[in-house]
Structure formats: C-alpha cells, structure tokens
Design a protein around this ligand. Structure first.
Ligand SMILES: [Zn+2]
Length: 242
C-alpha cells in the first residue's frame, strides 16, 4: 500500500516537473549493452549504437555538457550531466571510450557490493576511471540495499562505509541512492546524506533547478535514459538548447 502511495506521489512530482522550465538535465544510464544483446532489464538499458547516436545528436545539436562539480552552472545554463549507476562492464566498454574520445564529462556511481563482481568494473578499471579528468567517481552505497527497510544507523553505514576511496585514493563527494525512488529512499533516509556529500541523487525524474540545488542538494532528481525514451529525450534536449 505504502509503495503505491509513494509511487503516486512520485508520479505527481514528476508530472509537475515537466512544466518546470530551467535547470540542468542530470541523465542516468545503467547498462549500455551490445547491439545484438537482449538486455535483462529494458528499463535501464540502451544499446551501444543507440548511446552513440544519442551522444552524437546532442553534440550536433550544440547541447552543452558539464561535470557534476559544475552542476550549479549547469542549472543556470540548462546543460547536461551524464551519470552511470552501478558501472556495468557494458557501460565501461561501450560508453566510456566514446565519451573520452568526444571529451564529454561523466560521473559514475559505484557500489562496493559490485566492485569486481561478474559483469561490473574491476578495481583496476575504477582506478583508471578515477585518473580521467572527464570522469567523476561517486559512491552508490556499500551494499546496494533499499534504505527504506534499514534503521538509521544501518542506512548511515551504507552511506559511509566504502572501499571505493581505497581504490581511487580520494573520498567521493557525490552519492546516488540505490533504487533512489521516494518509496525506496524517502525523505528521512535522504537527509542522512546531508553534510556527507556535496550532492546526492535520487531517481525522481525531473530537471535539476538552482532552487533545488540550494534547498535539497541531498536528494536531487535525475532523468533515466533507456531504449524506450532516448529519442524523445534527445529531441527535448536539442530543442531546449536552441
Ligand atoms: Zn544501482
């Protein structure tokens, strides 16, 4: 019941967000699978060629890209911030080389739980990412659990206990909540990120306005991009950059 209630509230929030003008577009990718692969979860997958044409179309459409550390500027200019959650090997192999070649900044959110696991990036690959001036390595929790079911202490532990900093040699300044919806995370748990991270991100789909950056930097919206919506998002981004 609670799940439906919070999904409804999220839908209403997102609906109102569609009428909002101004703000950065923080895009969230997960799996960037091979063109002939059948993705396990279509709602978090794009194919490598769809990703490439998406990025090329944005470049041709003069869309600006920003580092997550420049989110405040991006919120005033309507720039795009590209993020990846979980850091599947597919994203490392099929998206990162293109972004590096085109000099487009991006941010990866990595959970301790998946470091070196089958289908995810290895510690060596994470270290390599952290050496790129274009890449920001953010944290995505220790165990990738839904924070809703945890006590405050357990949830806080999820936010701070990390071996990621041991790999990158620096502490992460940005965080993405696992699952990230209003139901999965919620205001109370989201507030735990306050003061721990410069910005932390949800999966509530909306633009990231300057007002939100000021008021709720601990629970900022992001727009999920997958095969089903990438061409409509592409059109929207190009239209607003004109
Ligand atoms: Zn995740």
């Amino acid at each position: 019941m609670k799940r439906y209630f919070w999904s409804l509230i999220q839908k209403i929030t997102e609906l109102f967000g569609r009428f909002q003008s101004g703000g950065a577009y923080v895009l969230m990718f997960h799996n960037v699978c091979g063109d002939n692969e059948i993705p396990g979860d279509k709602s978090i997958s794009v194919t490598a060629s769809a990703f490439e044409s998406f990025i090329n179309a944005l470049i041709a459409g003069d869309v600006r890209f920003a580092l997550v550390s420049r989110l405040s500027d991006a919120a005033s200019s309507g720039a795009v911030v590209i993020t990846f959650d979980d850091m599947f090997l597919s994203a490392y192999e099929n998206a990162v080389p293109l972004l590096e070649e085109k000099k487009i900044p991006y941010c990866v959110f990595i959970s301790d739980r998946f470091i070196g696991a089958d289908g995810y990036v290895s510690p060596e690959q994470i270290h390599k990412l952290s050496q790129s001036a274009l890449c920001t390595v953010g944290f995505h929790s220790a165990g990738h659990k839904m924070l809703r079911g945890l006590s405050d202490d357990e949830a806080k532990n999820e936010l701070v206990r990390t071996r990621l900093s041991g790999i990158t040699g620096k502490s992460a300044e940005y965080f993405a909540f696992p699952y990230g919806s209003l139901y999965a995370c919620g205001e109370k748990k989201a507030r735990l990120a306050k003061g721990l991270y410069k910005y932390s991100f949800s999966t509530v789909s909306a633009r990231c306005s300057a007002k939100l950056l000021k008021k709720r930097p601990y629970y900022l919206p992001r727009i999920n991009v997958c095969g089903d919506n990438c061409s409509s998002i592409q059109k929207r981004l190009i239209k607003q950059s004109r």
